[in-house]
Design a protein around this ligand. Sequence first.
Ligand code: ZN
Length: 467
Amino acid sequence: MSLKEDDFADWYLDVVEKAGMSDKRYPIKGMNVWTPYGWKVMRFIDAYIRQEFDATGHDEVCFPLMIPETEFAKEKDHIKGFDEEVYWVTHAGLNELDVRLVVRPTSETAMYPMFSLWVRSHQDLPLKTYQIVNTFRYETKQTRPFIRVREIHFFESHTCHVSEEDAQCQVEEDIQILERIAKQICLPYTLLVRTEWDKFPGAHYTVGIDTSMPNGRTLQMGSIHHYRTNFSIPYNITYEDENGEHKYVHQTTFGMSERLVGALIGVHGDDKGLVMPPGIAPYQVVIIPILSKKSADEVSAAAKALGDQLSAGGIRVKLDDRDDRPGSKYYDWEIKGVPLRLELGARDIENKVVSFARRDNAEKGTIAISDVVPGVKMLLDVISEEMLARAEEVQRSRIQDVDSVENLPQDKILRFGWCGSDECGHKFEDEQGFKILGTPYRPEPYSGKCIICGKPVDRPAYAAHTM
Ligand code: ZN
Protein backbone atom coordinates (compact mmCIF):
# COMPACT_ATOMS: atom_id res chain seq x y z
CA MET A 1 0.00 0.00 0.00
CA SER A 2 1.24 3.51 -0.80
CA LEU A 3 1.68 5.84 2.16
CA LYS A 4 -0.99 8.49 2.67
CA GLU A 5 1.47 11.23 3.64
CA ASP A 6 3.79 10.64 0.70
CA ASP A 7 1.39 10.65 -2.19
CA PHE A 8 -2.26 11.13 -1.42
CA ALA A 9 -3.42 10.53 -5.01
CA ASP A 10 -1.67 7.14 -5.25
CA TRP A 11 -2.71 6.13 -1.76
CA TYR A 12 -6.33 6.99 -2.53
CA LEU A 13 -6.47 4.84 -5.68
CA ASP A 14 -4.67 2.03 -3.91
CA VAL A 15 -7.01 1.94 -0.94
CA VAL A 16 -10.15 2.18 -3.13
CA GLU A 17 -8.98 -0.83 -5.08
CA LYS A 18 -7.62 -2.97 -2.23
CA ALA A 19 -10.66 -2.39 -0.01
CA GLY A 20 -12.97 -3.38 -2.87
CA MET A 21 -14.81 -0.05 -2.98
CA SER A 22 -15.02 0.40 -6.75
CA ASP A 23 -13.63 -0.98 -10.01
CA LYS A 24 -12.52 1.65 -12.49
CA ARG A 25 -11.73 -0.80 -15.30
CA TYR A 26 -15.21 -0.50 -16.85
CA PRO A 27 -14.72 0.44 -20.51
CA ILE A 28 -16.08 3.98 -20.16
CA LYS A 29 -13.69 6.35 -18.44
CA GLY A 30 -15.18 7.92 -15.31
CA MET A 31 -18.05 5.43 -15.15
CA ASN A 32 -16.99 3.00 -12.47
CA VAL A 33 -18.52 -0.18 -11.15
CA TRP A 34 -19.80 -0.20 -7.59
CA THR A 35 -18.30 -3.41 -6.21
CA PRO A 36 -20.05 -5.12 -3.27
CA TYR A 37 -18.25 -3.50 -0.34
CA GLY A 38 -18.38 0.03 -1.78
CA TRP A 39 -22.04 -0.38 -2.67
CA LYS A 40 -22.81 -1.54 0.89
CA VAL A 41 -21.23 1.66 2.22
CA MET A 42 -23.23 3.81 -0.22
CA ARG A 43 -26.43 1.97 0.70
CA PHE A 44 -25.93 2.69 4.39
CA ILE A 45 -25.38 6.37 3.62
CA ASP A 46 -28.46 6.40 1.36
CA ALA A 47 -30.51 4.65 4.03
CA TYR A 48 -29.54 7.28 6.55
CA ILE A 49 -30.35 10.09 4.09
CA ARG A 50 -33.77 8.51 3.37
CA GLN A 51 -34.47 8.21 7.08
CA GLU A 52 -33.65 11.90 7.63
CA PHE A 53 -35.68 13.21 4.69
CA ASP A 54 -38.67 10.95 5.38
CA ALA A 55 -38.65 12.13 8.99
CA THR A 56 -38.77 15.78 7.91
CA GLY A 57 -41.80 15.41 5.67
CA HIS A 58 -40.10 14.94 2.28
CA ASP A 59 -41.57 12.42 -0.18
CA GLU A 60 -39.31 10.26 -2.31
CA VAL A 61 -39.92 10.43 -6.06
CA CYS A 62 -38.16 9.03 -9.11
CA PHE A 63 -38.10 11.06 -12.29
CA PRO A 64 -37.13 9.91 -15.80
CA LEU A 65 -33.48 10.01 -16.77
CA MET A 66 -34.00 11.99 -19.97
CA ILE A 67 -35.07 15.59 -20.36
CA PRO A 68 -36.22 17.19 -23.64
CA GLU A 69 -33.93 19.98 -24.83
CA THR A 70 -36.94 22.32 -24.96
CA GLU A 71 -37.42 22.00 -21.17
CA PHE A 72 -33.71 21.99 -20.42
CA ALA A 73 -33.28 25.34 -22.18
CA LYS A 74 -36.02 27.25 -20.36
CA GLU A 75 -33.84 28.79 -17.65
CA LYS A 76 -31.10 30.53 -19.59
CA ASP A 77 -28.36 30.64 -16.91
CA HIS A 78 -28.98 27.00 -16.17
CA ILE A 79 -28.40 25.84 -19.73
CA LYS A 80 -25.36 28.10 -20.07
CA GLY A 81 -23.91 26.53 -16.93
CA PHE A 82 -24.40 22.95 -18.07
CA ASP A 83 -24.13 23.15 -21.85
CA GLU A 84 -20.58 21.84 -22.09
CA GLU A 85 -20.93 18.97 -19.70
CA VAL A 86 -24.12 17.15 -20.62
CA TYR A 87 -24.60 13.98 -22.63
CA TRP A 88 -27.10 14.21 -25.49
CA VAL A 89 -29.32 11.51 -26.93
CA THR A 90 -29.79 12.35 -30.59
CA HIS A 91 -31.23 9.15 -32.07
CA ALA A 92 -33.98 6.68 -31.26
CA GLY A 93 -33.31 3.51 -33.21
CA LEU A 94 -32.45 4.62 -36.73
CA ASN A 95 -34.33 7.91 -36.53
CA GLU A 96 -32.84 11.24 -35.63
CA LEU A 97 -34.91 12.85 -32.87
CA ASP A 98 -36.77 16.11 -33.59
CA VAL A 99 -36.09 17.25 -30.05
CA ARG A 100 -32.78 16.08 -28.62
CA LEU A 101 -32.79 14.59 -25.12
CA VAL A 102 -30.43 15.49 -22.28
CA VAL A 103 -29.25 12.74 -19.94
CA ARG A 104 -29.91 14.44 -16.59
CA PRO A 105 -26.96 16.31 -15.08
CA THR A 106 -29.34 17.31 -12.21
CA SER A 107 -33.12 17.30 -12.17
CA GLU A 108 -34.51 20.84 -11.99
CA THR A 109 -35.55 20.80 -15.62
CA ALA A 110 -37.05 17.29 -15.35
CA MET A 111 -39.07 18.05 -12.23
CA TYR A 112 -40.26 21.60 -12.67
CA PRO A 113 -42.57 21.10 -15.70
CA MET A 114 -44.31 18.50 -13.51
CA PHE A 115 -44.30 20.73 -10.42
CA SER A 116 -46.18 23.32 -12.47
CA LEU A 117 -48.94 20.70 -12.92
CA TRP A 118 -48.84 19.46 -9.32
CA VAL A 119 -48.91 22.78 -7.50
CA ARG A 120 -52.31 24.46 -7.71
CA SER A 121 -53.15 26.09 -4.42
CA HIS A 122 -51.41 27.25 -1.26
CA GLN A 123 -52.72 24.03 0.28
CA ASP A 124 -50.33 22.06 -1.96
CA LEU A 125 -47.40 23.86 -0.31
CA PRO A 126 -44.81 23.29 0.88
CA LEU A 127 -44.06 20.59 -1.68
CA LYS A 128 -41.06 18.65 -0.38
CA THR A 129 -39.58 15.90 -2.56
CA TYR A 130 -36.29 14.09 -2.99
CA GLN A 131 -34.77 11.37 -5.11
CA ILE A 132 -31.63 9.22 -5.12
CA VAL A 133 -30.62 8.58 -8.72
CA ASN A 134 -27.62 8.59 -11.04
CA THR A 135 -26.73 11.78 -12.87
CA PHE A 136 -24.34 12.25 -15.76
CA ARG A 137 -21.75 14.92 -16.42
CA TYR A 138 -19.06 14.93 -19.03
CA GLU A 139 -16.05 15.67 -16.83
CA THR A 140 -13.05 16.78 -18.82
CA LYS A 141 -10.61 16.91 -15.89
CA GLN A 142 -8.86 13.76 -14.74
CA THR A 143 -11.40 11.37 -13.26
CA ARG A 144 -11.03 9.82 -9.79
CA PRO A 145 -13.31 7.23 -8.11
CA PHE A 146 -16.17 8.84 -6.11
CA ILE A 147 -14.58 12.30 -6.40
CA ARG A 148 -14.69 13.08 -10.10
CA VAL A 149 -16.80 10.69 -12.13
CA ARG A 150 -19.06 10.96 -15.16
CA GLU A 151 -21.89 8.84 -13.82
CA ILE A 152 -22.65 10.11 -10.34
CA HIS A 153 -24.71 8.48 -7.62
CA PHE A 154 -26.65 11.52 -6.45
CA PHE A 155 -29.09 12.62 -3.81
CA GLU A 156 -31.25 15.71 -4.50
CA SER A 157 -34.15 17.30 -2.64
CA HIS A 158 -36.42 19.82 -4.37
CA THR A 159 -38.94 21.93 -2.52
CA CYS A 160 -41.54 24.62 -3.34
CA HIS A 161 -42.79 27.22 -0.85
CA VAL A 162 -45.26 30.08 -0.61
CA SER A 163 -42.63 32.71 0.13
CA GLU A 164 -38.96 33.56 0.19
CA GLU A 165 -38.99 33.35 4.02
CA ASP A 166 -40.55 29.91 3.97
CA ALA A 167 -37.93 28.73 1.48
CA GLN A 168 -35.27 30.23 3.77
CA CYS A 169 -36.63 28.08 6.65
CA GLN A 170 -36.16 25.07 4.38
CA VAL A 171 -32.49 26.00 3.92
CA GLU A 172 -32.18 26.04 7.72
CA GLU A 173 -33.82 22.62 7.98
CA ASP A 174 -31.46 21.28 5.31
CA ILE A 175 -28.50 22.49 7.37
CA GLN A 176 -29.80 20.65 10.43
CA ILE A 177 -30.23 17.49 8.35
CA LEU A 178 -26.71 17.93 6.98
CA GLU A 179 -25.37 18.26 10.52
CA ARG A 180 -26.87 14.89 11.47
CA ILE A 181 -25.69 13.13 8.30
CA ALA A 182 -22.16 14.51 8.65
CA LYS A 183 -22.06 13.36 12.27
CA GLN A 184 -23.01 9.86 11.17
CA ILE A 185 -20.05 9.83 8.75
CA CYS A 186 -17.79 11.75 11.20
CA LEU A 187 -17.06 14.42 8.59
CA PRO A 188 -16.30 18.04 9.44
CA TYR A 189 -17.45 20.63 6.92
CA THR A 190 -17.67 24.34 6.23
CA LEU A 191 -20.77 26.20 5.03
CA LEU A 192 -19.75 28.97 2.67
CA VAL A 193 -21.93 31.15 0.48
CA ARG A 194 -20.40 30.79 -2.97
CA THR A 195 -19.32 33.79 -5.04
CA GLU A 196 -21.71 35.16 -7.65
CA TRP A 197 -19.62 33.62 -10.43
CA ASP A 198 -19.46 30.23 -8.76
CA LYS A 199 -23.06 29.77 -7.61
CA PHE A 200 -25.30 27.12 -9.14
CA PRO A 201 -26.51 28.24 -12.58
CA GLY A 202 -29.92 29.84 -11.96
CA ALA A 203 -29.64 30.06 -8.14
CA HIS A 204 -30.33 33.14 -6.03
CA TYR A 205 -27.53 31.92 -3.74
CA THR A 206 -25.61 28.70 -3.18
CA VAL A 207 -24.15 27.37 0.06
CA GLY A 208 -21.21 25.06 -0.65
CA ILE A 209 -20.52 22.20 1.75
CA ASP A 210 -16.76 21.55 1.75
CA THR A 211 -14.44 19.29 3.67
CA SER A 212 -10.69 19.36 3.74
CA MET A 213 -8.62 16.50 2.33
CA PRO A 214 -5.16 15.37 3.51
CA ASN A 215 -3.38 16.94 0.50
CA GLY A 216 -4.59 20.36 1.66
CA ARG A 217 -7.24 20.65 -1.04
CA THR A 218 -10.93 21.02 -0.27
CA LEU A 219 -13.62 18.72 -1.59
CA GLN A 220 -17.13 19.97 -2.20
CA MET A 221 -19.41 17.25 -0.82
CA GLY A 222 -22.70 18.93 -1.61
CA SER A 223 -24.60 22.18 -1.80
CA ILE A 224 -27.81 23.87 -0.81
CA HIS A 225 -29.47 26.38 -3.12
CA HIS A 226 -32.14 29.02 -2.67
CA TYR A 227 -33.73 29.72 -6.06
CA ARG A 228 -36.27 32.37 -5.09
CA THR A 229 -38.53 32.44 -8.19
CA ASN A 230 -35.71 32.04 -10.72
CA PHE A 231 -37.03 28.68 -11.89
CA SER A 232 -40.71 29.01 -11.03
CA ILE A 233 -41.08 31.94 -13.47
CA PRO A 234 -39.74 30.15 -16.60
CA TYR A 235 -41.45 26.88 -15.57
CA ASN A 236 -44.64 28.65 -14.54
CA ILE A 237 -44.97 27.04 -11.10
CA THR A 238 -47.72 29.09 -9.47
CA TYR A 239 -50.25 28.69 -6.69
CA GLU A 240 -53.45 30.43 -5.77
CA ASP A 241 -53.18 32.10 -2.38
CA GLU A 242 -55.96 32.53 0.20
CA ASN A 243 -57.24 35.64 -1.61
CA GLY A 244 -57.43 33.91 -4.98
CA GLU A 245 -54.28 35.63 -6.28
CA HIS A 246 -51.80 33.65 -8.41
CA LYS A 247 -48.20 33.72 -7.19
CA TYR A 248 -44.91 32.09 -8.10
CA VAL A 249 -43.47 29.55 -5.66
CA HIS A 250 -40.05 29.98 -4.04
CA GLN A 251 -37.80 26.97 -4.41
CA THR A 252 -34.81 25.28 -2.81
CA THR A 253 -32.65 22.27 -3.49
CA PHE A 254 -30.12 20.31 -1.48
CA GLY A 255 -27.76 17.94 -3.27
CA MET A 256 -25.06 15.53 -2.16
CA SER A 257 -23.35 12.73 -3.97
CA GLU A 258 -21.04 9.74 -3.77
CA ARG A 259 -18.35 12.29 -2.95
CA LEU A 260 -19.34 11.59 0.66
CA VAL A 261 -17.68 8.21 0.14
CA GLY A 262 -14.58 9.87 -1.35
CA ALA A 263 -14.51 12.24 1.62
CA LEU A 264 -14.73 9.52 4.24
CA ILE A 265 -11.96 7.55 2.53
CA GLY A 266 -9.67 10.59 2.39
CA VAL A 267 -10.45 12.07 5.80
CA HIS A 268 -10.35 8.88 7.91
CA GLY A 269 -8.16 6.39 6.01
CA ASP A 270 -4.57 5.61 7.03
CA ASP A 271 -1.59 3.59 5.81
CA LYS A 272 -3.34 0.32 6.65
CA GLY A 273 -6.44 1.16 4.62
CA LEU A 274 -9.93 2.51 5.28
CA VAL A 275 -11.25 3.52 8.68
CA MET A 276 -15.04 3.25 8.58
CA PRO A 277 -17.21 5.48 10.74
CA PRO A 278 -19.38 3.10 12.82
CA GLY A 279 -22.59 4.87 11.73
CA ILE A 280 -22.30 3.71 8.11
CA ALA A 281 -19.82 0.79 8.36
CA PRO A 282 -21.26 -2.25 6.54
CA TYR A 283 -19.74 -4.33 9.35
CA GLN A 284 -19.30 -2.53 12.64
CA VAL A 285 -17.64 -5.52 14.26
CA VAL A 286 -15.66 -8.47 12.93
CA ILE A 287 -15.21 -11.56 15.10
CA ILE A 288 -12.02 -13.56 14.65
CA PRO A 289 -12.00 -16.92 16.45
CA ILE A 290 -8.51 -17.83 17.70
CA LEU A 291 -8.49 -21.56 17.29
CA SER A 292 -6.08 -24.12 18.66
CA LYS A 293 -6.28 -27.86 17.98
CA LYS A 294 -7.59 -28.61 21.44
CA SER A 295 -10.22 -25.90 21.64
CA ALA A 296 -11.34 -25.53 18.02
CA ASP A 297 -14.89 -26.80 18.44
CA GLU A 298 -15.54 -24.96 21.66
CA VAL A 299 -14.16 -21.62 20.33
CA SER A 300 -16.02 -21.92 17.02
CA ALA A 301 -19.30 -22.50 18.83
CA ALA A 302 -18.67 -19.62 21.24
CA ALA A 303 -17.74 -17.27 18.36
CA LYS A 304 -20.94 -18.14 16.54
CA ALA A 305 -22.99 -17.57 19.70
CA LEU A 306 -21.24 -14.22 20.21
CA GLY A 307 -22.06 -13.20 16.62
CA ASP A 308 -25.72 -14.13 17.09
CA GLN A 309 -25.91 -12.21 20.34
CA LEU A 310 -24.43 -9.02 18.82
CA SER A 311 -26.60 -9.33 15.74
CA ALA A 312 -29.73 -9.74 17.87
CA GLY A 313 -28.58 -6.59 19.72
CA GLY A 314 -28.75 -4.60 16.46
CA ILE A 315 -25.01 -4.54 15.73
CA ARG A 316 -23.77 -5.24 12.20
CA VAL A 317 -21.36 -8.10 12.72
CA LYS A 318 -19.27 -10.39 10.54
CA LEU A 319 -17.92 -13.69 11.82
CA ASP A 320 -14.75 -14.49 9.90
CA ASP A 321 -14.56 -18.26 10.19
CA ARG A 322 -12.46 -18.75 7.07
CA ASP A 323 -9.76 -21.37 7.33
CA ASP A 324 -6.89 -18.88 7.46
CA ARG A 325 -4.36 -17.46 9.94
CA PRO A 326 -5.72 -14.75 12.29
CA GLY A 327 -2.95 -12.34 11.15
CA SER A 328 -4.05 -12.50 7.57
CA LYS A 329 -7.68 -11.93 8.60
CA TYR A 330 -6.65 -8.87 10.64
CA TYR A 331 -4.94 -7.48 7.58
CA ASP A 332 -8.02 -7.97 5.36
CA TRP A 333 -10.43 -6.30 7.79
CA GLU A 334 -8.02 -3.46 8.51
CA ILE A 335 -7.98 -2.59 4.80
CA LYS A 336 -11.79 -2.54 4.85
CA GLY A 337 -11.72 -0.37 7.97
CA VAL A 338 -14.06 -2.38 10.22
CA PRO A 339 -14.26 -0.18 13.36
CA LEU A 340 -13.97 -2.92 15.98
CA ARG A 341 -12.26 -6.32 15.90
CA LEU A 342 -13.24 -8.91 18.50
CA GLU A 343 -10.94 -11.85 19.12
CA LEU A 344 -12.14 -14.90 20.96
CA GLY A 345 -9.82 -17.72 22.07
CA ALA A 346 -9.82 -20.44 24.72
CA ARG A 347 -8.29 -18.17 27.35
CA ASP A 348 -10.91 -15.43 26.70
CA ILE A 349 -13.67 -17.99 27.13
CA GLU A 350 -12.10 -19.17 30.38
CA ASN A 351 -11.97 -15.57 31.63
CA LYS A 352 -15.52 -14.87 30.39
CA VAL A 353 -14.32 -11.97 28.22
CA VAL A 354 -13.75 -11.11 24.60
CA SER A 355 -10.67 -9.16 23.46
CA PHE A 356 -11.13 -6.09 21.26
CA ALA A 357 -8.94 -3.89 19.04
CA ARG A 358 -10.11 -0.51 17.72
CA ARG A 359 -9.35 0.24 14.09
CA ASP A 360 -9.19 4.02 14.51
CA ASN A 361 -6.47 4.19 17.21
CA ALA A 362 -5.28 0.58 17.73
CA GLU A 363 -6.40 0.63 21.39
CA LYS A 364 -6.92 -2.87 22.82
CA GLY A 365 -8.79 -4.28 25.79
CA THR A 366 -11.43 -6.75 26.89
CA ILE A 367 -15.18 -6.69 27.40
CA ALA A 368 -17.07 -9.03 29.73
CA ILE A 369 -19.12 -11.52 27.72
CA SER A 370 -22.06 -10.95 30.06
CA ASP A 371 -22.03 -7.28 29.05
CA VAL A 372 -21.00 -7.60 25.45
CA VAL A 373 -23.90 -5.89 23.62
CA PRO A 374 -23.94 -2.64 25.65
CA GLY A 375 -20.13 -2.79 25.88
CA VAL A 376 -19.71 -2.93 22.10
CA LYS A 377 -22.35 -0.25 21.53
CA MET A 378 -20.60 2.07 23.94
CA LEU A 379 -17.25 1.49 22.25
CA LEU A 380 -18.73 2.19 18.81
CA ASP A 381 -20.17 5.46 20.13
CA VAL A 382 -16.80 6.46 21.57
CA ILE A 383 -15.06 5.60 18.29
CA SER A 384 -17.56 7.70 16.37
CA GLU A 385 -17.19 10.72 18.66
CA GLU A 386 -13.40 10.54 18.66
CA MET A 387 -13.19 10.14 14.88
CA LEU A 388 -15.29 13.26 14.40
CA ALA A 389 -13.35 15.22 17.03
CA ARG A 390 -10.00 14.29 15.45
CA ALA A 391 -11.20 15.16 11.95
CA GLU A 392 -12.55 18.51 13.17
CA GLU A 393 -9.26 19.29 14.86
CA VAL A 394 -7.37 18.52 11.65
CA GLN A 395 -9.75 20.69 9.64
CA ARG A 396 -9.34 23.61 12.08
CA SER A 397 -5.57 23.28 11.89
CA ARG A 398 -5.72 23.63 8.11
CA ILE A 399 -7.44 27.02 8.22
CA GLN A 400 -4.93 29.86 8.26
CA ASP A 401 -5.52 33.60 8.55
CA VAL A 402 -3.59 35.65 5.99
CA ASP A 403 -3.52 39.41 5.42
CA SER A 404 -1.32 39.69 2.36
CA VAL A 405 -0.85 37.78 -0.87
CA GLU A 406 2.89 37.38 -0.18
CA ASN A 407 3.98 33.75 0.32
CA LEU A 408 0.54 32.23 0.63
CA PRO A 409 0.71 28.68 2.09
CA GLN A 410 -0.37 26.36 -0.70
CA ASP A 411 -1.74 23.53 1.44
CA LYS A 412 -4.04 25.56 3.70
CA ILE A 413 -7.55 26.92 3.61
CA LEU A 414 -6.97 30.67 3.61
CA ARG A 415 -9.13 33.06 5.63
CA PHE A 416 -8.78 36.70 4.68
CA GLY A 417 -10.57 39.98 4.11
CA TRP A 418 -12.36 40.49 0.81
CA CYS A 419 -14.50 43.50 0.02
CA GLY A 420 -16.87 41.32 -1.99
CA SER A 421 -16.30 43.05 -5.34
CA ASP A 422 -16.05 40.87 -8.43
CA GLU A 423 -12.96 42.80 -9.47
CA CYS A 424 -10.95 42.03 -6.30
CA GLY A 425 -12.28 38.46 -6.21
CA HIS A 426 -11.26 37.68 -9.78
CA LYS A 427 -7.90 39.39 -9.33
CA PHE A 428 -7.20 37.25 -6.27
CA GLU A 429 -8.21 34.01 -8.00
CA ASP A 430 -6.40 34.75 -11.26
CA GLU A 431 -3.14 35.92 -9.73
CA GLN A 432 -2.93 33.51 -6.80
CA GLY A 433 -4.43 30.38 -8.36
CA PHE A 434 -6.71 29.75 -5.36
CA LYS A 435 -10.46 29.40 -5.63
CA ILE A 436 -12.58 31.58 -3.38
CA LEU A 437 -14.91 29.13 -1.62
CA GLY A 438 -17.10 31.95 -0.35
CA THR A 439 -18.07 33.81 2.79
CA PRO A 440 -19.40 32.15 5.98
CA TYR A 441 -23.09 31.26 5.87
CA ARG A 442 -23.17 31.79 9.64
CA PRO A 443 -21.58 35.19 10.28
CA GLU A 444 -18.32 35.01 12.24
CA PRO A 445 -16.62 37.92 13.99
CA TYR A 446 -13.90 39.44 11.81
CA SER A 447 -12.24 42.72 11.19
CA GLY A 448 -9.59 43.26 8.57
CA LYS A 449 -8.89 44.71 5.15
CA CYS A 450 -9.60 43.46 1.64
CA ILE A 451 -6.47 41.52 0.68
CA ILE A 452 -6.55 43.20 -2.75
CA CYS A 453 -7.84 46.79 -2.42
CA GLY A 454 -7.30 47.35 1.33
CA LYS A 455 -10.86 48.51 2.03
CA PRO A 456 -11.92 47.71 5.65
CA VAL A 457 -14.17 44.64 5.89
CA ASP A 458 -16.06 42.95 8.72
CA ARG A 459 -16.44 39.47 7.33
CA PRO A 460 -13.84 37.05 6.00
CA ALA A 461 -13.69 35.03 2.82
CA TYR A 462 -12.24 31.54 2.49
CA ALA A 463 -10.13 30.22 -0.37
CA ALA A 464 -8.30 26.98 -1.12
CA HIS A 465 -7.05 24.74 -3.86
CA THR A 466 -9.85 22.31 -4.65
CA MET A 467 -9.91 18.60 -5.53
ZN1 ZN B 1 -11.43 44.74 -2.57
